[in-house]
Design a protein around this ligand. Structure first.
Ligand SMILES: Cc1cc2nc3c(=O)[nH]c(=O)nc-3n(C[C@H](O)[C@H](O)[C@H](O)COP(=O)(O)OP(=O)(O)OC[C@H]3O[C@@H](n4cnc5c(N)ncnc54)[C@H](O)[C@@H]3O)c2cc1C
Length: 390
């Protein structure tokens, strides 16, 4: 690793969402001096505007067994580390098909291969869980371990773990630039006139990565980058009071899904539009209409009482290795070491969880990469506080 001109040992993490806070917790626990800088409040962006689906990986198991495995492990680690983040009173997710009775066998094979346990639904359970729903429409139903979770609770616990291990966390503070000496990053500029020297900068800026730090992604005509950053947008509809009890998802069509939160049902699809502006959060009528059509099919008799409807959209960035071909479908956690990229900028990493669920896996990968980069043997054997004891 290239040596900066100062002697600061600090590692600066820019961004206090799932990527930044989980990395901070793991690095601070490994006795490294860490400062997190978040321009707003912690979890301000995608990390709290999401649907709160703690994936078991079952959704990805057919197409991406490796990703399914990572999700299941991250789910178990999340439950072990912060059980309070699970929405109380709601069970595992009911997976259903509207059209194809035979498809269950293929799904079950994939879930078995990924080590994700399934549970049949008991008689009457579906009626109790989905009182207003058109249940006869389903060709099959089965319960999987995906859960509805509260991102803010998990983020607070990660921040507490990081702080207890000595990390400094500054919110409402913006990193305005990188302190650069030729191709070497020596720290960050903060606000209007502060400079914070560091030995390594970790960018955990999610959808803002390219627009705010374009120098890291400038193309070089002669050499191709190993990664493609794809901005993805999805739409959600919250209906309150909540309509059905447990989370569910429909494996056919647009992948309609439902995540319950207290007093509210949040519906989405598995549609992730590729957009050019990663900060675009406007709600598009055509996308909301897709959710509406699905709801009309599932609730042909309407709702029992007056409901409030709130639609929103959010963007995230998926860093895809050039070999990945499907944006949105294989959101693997990714670390970009910019010294290995065509513009060879030293001492800076960019990190992307793929999905909030994958925070634990990303944090471990960040730790390994950082220790390797700074040549430290410190605390190499230490287990994370979210390790699952077997
Ligand atoms: C609508 C939507 C629904 C989703 N639903 C789910 C779901 O149900 N389950 C799931 O697992 N995943 C879901 N995801 C994906 C998940 O939310 C994201 O993968 C994850 O939150 C990304 O975390 P992050 O820390 O990389 O980015 P972010 O949460 O976006 O954090 C980036 C942070 O960087 C800060 N920042 C940016 N620039 C600066 C700067 N210059 N200085 C200081 N700070 C800065 C921002 O303020 C922000 O807080 C969803 C995403 C969206 C958009």
């Amino acid at each position: 690793m290239a040596q900066p001109s100062h002697s600061s040992e600090r590692i600066v993490i820019v961004g206090g969402g799932f990527a930044g806070l989980s990395a901070a917790a793991r690095l601070a626990e490994s006795e490294l001096p860490v400062t997190v800088i978040e321009s707003s409040k912690l979890g301000y962006a995608a990390s709290t505007q999401n649907q709160g689906w703690l994936h078991s990986g079952a959704w990805f198991a057919k197409a991406h067994p490796e990703l399914a495995n990572l999700c299941y492990e991250s789910l178990l680690q999340t439950v072990a580390y912060c059980p309070e983040c699970l929405e109380p009173g709601f069970g595992g997710m009911i997976y259903c098909s509207l059209s194809d009775p035979v498809s269950l066998q293929t799904w079950e094979k994939a879930w078995k291969a990924a080590g994700i346990p399934t549970q049949p639904l008991l008689t009457g359970e579906l009626k109790w869980n989905m009182p207003q729903l058109e249940r006869d429409a389903f060709a099959w139903t089965v319960r999987l371990p995906d859960r509805s979770f509260r991102p803010d609770v998990l983020l607070s616990q990660l921040a507490a773990t990081a702080r207890n291990a000595g990390a400094e966390i500054r919110s409402n503070t913006t990193v305005t630039g990188l302190m650069m000496q030729d191709q070497l990053v020596e720290g960050v500029s903060v606000g209007a006139n502060e400079e914070l020297p560091s030995r390594l900068v970790i960018m955990a800026t999610g959808a803002y990565s390219v627009s705010r730090f374009p120098q890291l992604y400038q193309a070089i005509a002669t050499e191709q980058s190993n990664y493609r950053l794809v901005c993805l947008k999805t739409h959600l509809r919250a209906i309150s009071p909540g309509l059905t009890v447990d989370p569910f998802c429909i494996v056919d069509g647009v992948g309609m899904n439902h995540l319950p939160h207290p007093g509210t049902s949040v519906f989405g699809t598995s549609r992730w539009e590729v957009v050019s502006n990663a900060e675009s959060e406007g709600v598009e009528k055509s996308e909301v209409e897709i959710i509406e059509r699905q709801l009309n099919q599932l609730f042909p008799n309407g709702f029992d009482e007056q409901v409030n409807v709130h639609d929103w959209a959010g963007t995230t960035v998926q860093a895809m290795h050039v070999e990945q071909i499907e944006p949105g479908n294989a959101p693997l956690p990714t670390i970009i070491d910019h010294s290995q990229e065509p513009n060879r900028i030293e001492n800076v990493l960019s990190i992307f969880p793929g999905r909030a669920t994958l925070w634990a896996h990303l944090a471990e990968e960040v730790r390994t990469t950082v220790l390797e980069k700074i040549g430290s043997r410190q605390a190499e054997a230490s287990l994370p506080p979210w390790a699952i004891m077997t």
